[in-house]
Design a protein around this ligand. Structure first.
Ligand code: TA6
Length: 300
């Protein structure tokens, strides 16, 4: 139960539908319960850690040993990666947005029973080395999960170059019974081992070792076919030219302190963003929107 509620929380709480809690690590969370689905969002990183359609298993993977602490990333769910992807000299991996407590700005119950929540990245010292920008993140919970990351360059005269990514961890029953379709013909940078540029030749990608690939100029939908669960997950997106596919497999899993050694079998990341060669340069005063819709249906 949440100890102190902010004014907005008291105003916006919808009993039985939108409630505020002190989540793991005492980090504030919003619990959403609609007629068709449930979701959990931490203000920390505006991090969706749970989404589940009623009658289906959870869509998102969350590590049993994830950290829940300020200035620490959560392992699983949907980390919001901004304003850089990957390592950056002297800075944290994958930017600072996932490490900050975002402000909850608005909650809108929608006529069809779904709920839309808007979060804003607060000003923070780490942003001072970039042109002034705002980042708004809208999460809509219905029988699908819709996400919109809107970045605005507020500088009157400077361009803003950045990367963004919704680094989604999907839950699967058994990685060896999973196929990923929709990337055939796409060119990718293969981080395992040396960022070599390759072309995807497989109609259906299977994972049987460490996979860490940035598919560039990949704007189409991707599907994850989980034959063990009998589920097809569809990732539809707009405003995203990169698709990242990641599974740490055995050795990397053992190196990650906030990930159990066997958990590589229950997850796959299929991420939507604009990274590397697809990074974004926004002219002064303009905005970019990264939109992703996650849906699931029974496998035919
Ligand atoms: O998106 C794939 C990736 O960039 C991998 O290289 C791996 O590092 C993963 O992200 C997780 O990064 P994290 O900083 O959360 O451990």
């Amino acid at each position: 139960m949440k100890t102190r509620k902010t004014d907005l929380e008291s105003q916006c709480e919808i009993p039985g539908c939108v409630t505020f809690q002190d989540g793991r690590g005492d980090l504030p969370t919003v619990e959403v319960n609609t007629a068709r689905s449930t979701a959990e969002i931490f203000l920390h990183g505006a991090h969706v850690t749970h989404f589940q359609k009623k009658g289906e298993p959870p869509l998102l993977f969350l590590s049993r040993v994830s950290r829940f602490a300020e200035e620490q990333p959560i392992r699983g769910g949907i980390p919001v990666i901004l304003p850089w992807f990957g390592p950056r000299e002297g800075m944290t991996m994958h930017g600072f947005a996932r490490l900050k407590a975002w402000d909850l700005k608005e909650i809108r119950p929608l006529p069809d029973g779904s709920v839309s929540l808007r979060f804003r990245l607060p000003d923070c010292p780490e942003a001072s080395s970039f042109p002034p920008f705002t980042a708004d993140y809208v999460v809509t919970v219905s029988d699908t999960l819709s996400l919109q990351l809107v970045v605005t360059n507020n500088s009157p005269d400077a361009e803003f170059t950045f990367e963004n990514c919704l680094h989604t961890y999907f839950a699967v029953a058994d990685i060896s019974a999973v196929s990923i379709v929709g990337l055939k013909g796409a060119s990718y940078l293969d981080k395992v081992p040396d960022f070599a540029r390759r072309t995807e030749t497989n109609e259906a990608i299977q994972i049987s070792s460490e996979v860490d690939r940035v598919y560039v100029d990949s704007t189409g939908p991707v599907e994850i076919l989980d034959s063990r669960l009998g589920r097809k997950i569809r990732v539809e997106k707009e405003g995203s030219a990169s698709t990242v596919v990641w599974n740490p497999w055995i050795a990397k899993a053992q190196q990650l302190p906030d990930f159990s050694d066997d958990e590589y079998q229950q997850m796959v990341c299929v991420e939507s963003g604009n990274v590397g060669p697809n990074k974004i340069t926004l002219p002064p005063g303009s905005s970019s929107t990264l939109s992703v819709e996650l849906s699931s249906t029974p496998l035919a």
